[in-house]
Design a protein around this ligand. Structure first.
Ligand code: GLN
Length: 535
């Protein structure tokens, strides 16, 4: 049977529970254990697919097409996990499943209640993760004391009772604030948070204490005493420069050691050499390169979490530090591209929905094309680069996507349904992994080193193949198609150092120890551009 680690959060939100869960996964894998990390979100939305990136940050897409919480991105980047729908449950989805069962009559006329029906559904969802792994790590979203998270906390309390203390560990992530005026770290909020947790029947085994400064031993002893945990289980979670350093700091604090001890698992040797090497390059690159990202939620970096990480990963095999310059597309609309894009060695237009900023992004693609600046267009960024090319080079007047101009004379992108009149692809999105075949000798082929790839999608609009020939004739190269030839997946330009647009989202599959080849090559091309411009 798998062991369980439950992670709760206290005092305030945004303490980095996701990174903590991911780091624990990383450490356990480094000691040879197989893990699955799961996120339980207390909100009522069935999934975050319809939530605004302003509120919820990026929607992370899994191979099986689930739209999930961005913490799943951290889980995949810190471990070898390939997540699926089961790795993320919201309260809404749990309730939906229970209500559907009730409507089907599965409860045989019984009164359906939070305990046991909702809590049983949650427990089943957690246990399902334990099938082929040694340890299931469960992150409970929200902060202890919220009304919303109560059913989840009750479910993990019950599960702990069910599997026994040797098989389940409670970790509580809390804050030890530093009061500048008196130069003191304060433990009281942590004491209160643990008290709150105990009042619902959960005694944490380990405290992860987020702090700006290392917690001295005597303070650890005091926290331990008040919170009823041994001193060794009070772990400093100090702020770090790079999130990827977290597992190493936790290891120094002995977290993996005590976890294995508490769960009664063998103390296999820890192997973190490659991880350490990655961090070494990250901290001491040979040079840096600046990438301009033209988007619409740029002040909310969480909306582009995976993208940001993929660019950083892409720097490492090139021994480059990647500096990101976030550019609001509407600034380009107001001022033109030259000002906002000044100093960018490469330009990236990421995925997006809705009309705001679209023309600014089109101008950015044009600027990159004309000034031979490496360009990487992802999903919407691929669509807009193709539209720009159709307008400027193929002279197709008013070329657009029907997403932005329903009546355009030249619908370069459209919903398949609009044209075929069938609902096979519906108003719904193409979601999750799809195979793609690349053209030999293309930039994409050079990057991947193979002709058959699989990437994750999340979009409604598709390239209109009626425009394949007219655009190909004037120089747009179609270098990636779905195996049945139905979908255009990659476009490139010749006579340009590096210009590539892909309909999929490669950023979801980049990992620190396995940087995505397209990001790696884009960063490399951008750096070449930098070197050239300095000559
Ligand atoms: N809005 C576009 C579509 O739905 C692009 C989506 C995206 O970039 N993820 O096709």
């Amino acid at each position: 049977m798998a062991k369980f680690i439950f992670i709760t959060g206290g005092v305030v939100s945004s303490l980095g529970k996701g990174i903590a869960a991911a780091s624990i996964g990383c450490l356990l894998e480094s000691r040879g254990f197989k893990v699955s990390i799961q996120k339980l979100d207390p909100y009522i939305n069935v999934d975050p697919g319809t939530m605004s990136p302003f509120q919820h940050g990026e929607v992370f897409v899994t191979d099986d097409g689930a739209e999930t919480d961005l913490d799943l991105g951290h889980y995949e980047r810190f471990t070898t996990q390939v997540s699926n729908r089961g790795n993320n449950y919201t309260a809404g989805r749990i309730y939906l499943q229970v209500i559907e069962k009730e409507r089907r009559g599965d409860y045989l006329g019984g009164t359906v209640q939070v305990v046991p029906h909702i809590t049983n559904e949650i427990k089943e969802a957690i246990k399902a993760q334990g099938k082929d792994v040694d340890v299931v790590i469960v992150e409970v979203g929200g902060t202890v004391g919220d009304i919303e998270s109560l059913p989840f906390l009750e479910a993990i309390r019950q599960l702990h009772l069910e599997v026994g203390r040797a098989n389940a560990v409670f970790i509580h992530l809390t804050l030890i604030p530093y009061i500048r005026a008196s130069h003191e770290l304060k433990t009281k909020p942590t004491q209160h948070s643990v008290k709150e947790l105990r009042s619902i029947g959960i005694q944490p085994d380990i405290l992860l204490c987020r702090t700006e400064y290392p917690i001295p031993r005597d303070m650890k002893a005091k926290i331990g005493l008040f919170c009823n945990v041994p001193e060794e289980a009070v772990i400093t979670a100090k702020d770090v420069e790079h999130i990827y350093e977290c597992p190493l700091f936790f290891a120094q604090e002995g977290l993996d050691y005590i976890l294995l001890k508490y769960m009664g698992l063998p103390l296999h040797e820890r192997h973190m050499e490659k991880w350490e090497e990655f961090i070494g390059t990250l901290k001491h690159p040979d040079d840096t390169v600046t990438i301009g990202i033209v988007g619409k939620y740029t002040q909310y970096e969480d909306s582009y979490k995976s993208l940001r990480e993929a660019l950083i990963h892409g720097g490492v095999p090139n021994k480059l530090g990647v500096h990101l310059k976030w550019i609001e597309a509407e600034d380009i609309e107001r001022e033109g591209p030259a000002g906002p894009l000044a100093g960018c060695h490469g330009i990236l237009v990421p995925g997006g929905f809705g009309e705001r900023g679209v023309e600014g992004k089109i101008q950015a693609a044009q600027y990159a094309r004309l000034h031979k600046i490496p360009y990487f267009g992802i999903c919407l960024g691929m669509q807009l680069a193709s539209i720009e090319f159709a307008r400027s080079v193929a002279k197709l007047e008013g070329a657009n996507s029907t997403e932005f101009d329903a009546k355009t004379a030249n619908p370069i992108f459209y919903k398949l349904r609009d044209l075929l009149g069938d609902d096979t692809y519906g108003g719904n999105m193409r979601l999750g992994k799809c195979p793609c075949v690349l053209t030999e000798g293309s930039l994409a082929h050079k990057a991947y080193g193979t002709l058959e790839i699989s990437e994750r999608h999340r979009h409604r609009y598709e390239f209109n193949k009626a425009y394949l020939e007219p655009l190909a004739k004037v120089g747009l190269v179609f270098t990636g198609l779905s195996p049945d030839g139905k979908f255009v997946e990659v476009v490139e330009l010749r006579d340009h150092p590096w210009f590539l647009g892909c309909q999929f989202h490669p950023e979801f599959k980049s990992r620190p120890l396995n940087p995505h080849p397209l990001f790696r090559d884009f960063v490399q091309a951008s750096h070449k551009n930098k070197v050239k411009s300095e000559e």
